[in-house]
Design a protein around this ligand. Structure first.
Ligand SMILES: *Cc1c(COP(=O)(O)O)cnc(C)c1O
Length: 244
């Protein structure tokens, strides 16, 4: 018996209930199972339980894990990306949630053209203004989108992503999620484009995010338990240095 089956079912149930509260169809919400710090054994169990889309926050860790995981698993990058890892990112991930500068976009676009891949990208927006958070400011979003629409060939912009400030009360995240949705609506109108994806909501606040329009919820802890504090031996630089 795979322990993840009842846990996964319970999360799907919570997603469906939150969607219904907002008069949305549960199918509008995609669960991204965040497997960072967990090994391929966990991915295998998750695939057995029915999960199909996985989120990782580090390119190096994903480069190690993906080849050891079931081939049917689909992978998305949710964490901050440095330009020097772009050429790996465009091969490993079907979607990159964390594009946060024109410079990173340009590097990814060139890398995807060279690799012959066509990942989707979301722009990460720091809606809360917290200095510790990555992301574009809402003010720089329009000029970034303008640049992408002009230059993007391999990469397609399909959504926005944000992280709410850490807080034990999910209600405190609500205004930030609402702000991302409003920004999305404004950008769609301003540029006459579709930005169907809103990547927002994690273990502590995904239900509120769904009520505010999230289409992609990124859930780790509620599925796989607390993450190990220390890097596992299998994730050491020694084991991955041959890959990257
Ligand atoms: C780790 C992570 C998550 C998942 O966080 P949980 O609280 O464990 O669900 C979601 N989004 C990003 C960007 C992350 O790095």
């Amino acid at each position: 018996m795979n322990d993840l089956i009842p846990i996964y079912d319970a999360i799907l149930e919570r997603i469906a209930t939150a969607a219904q509260r907002a008069h949305r169809h549960p199918d509008e919400v995609t669960l991204i199972a965040v497997t960072k710090t967990h090994g391929p054994d966990v991915v295998r169990d998750a695939v057995d339980a029915g999960m199909g889309i996985f989120g990782e926050n580090k390119v190096q860790e994903a480069a190690w894990k993906i080849p050891l995981s079931p081939a049917c698993a689909r992978w998305q990058l949710i964490g901050h990306l440095q330009s020097n890892k772009a050429r790996h990112a465009v091969r490993l991930f079907e979607t990159i949630h964390s594009v946060d500068s024109i410079k990173l976009f340009d590097t990814l676009e060139a890398a995807a053209r060279q690799a012959g891949t066509r990942p989707e990208i979301y722009l990460e927006v720091n809606v809360s203004g917290e200095v510790s958070k990555y992301g574009l400011t809402p003010e720089t979003l329009p000029q970034t989108i303008e640049h992408i629409l002009e230059k993007g060939q391999a990469l397609t912009l399909t959504g926005l992503m944000t992280m709410a400030p850490f807080d034990t009360d999910p209600e405190h995240a609500r205004p930030h999620f609402a702000k991302l949705r409003t920004l999305r609506d404004e950008m769609q109108t301003h540029f006459g484009i579709e930005l169907p994806h809103l990547s927002m909501g994690m273990t502590g606040d995904f239900e509120v995010a769904i009520e505010e329009g999230a289409t992609d919820v990124r859930i780790g802890t509620a599925l796989f338990g607390a993450r190990p504090k220390l890097t596992r031996p299998t994730l050491d630089a020694d084991t991955t240095s041959g890959i990257l």
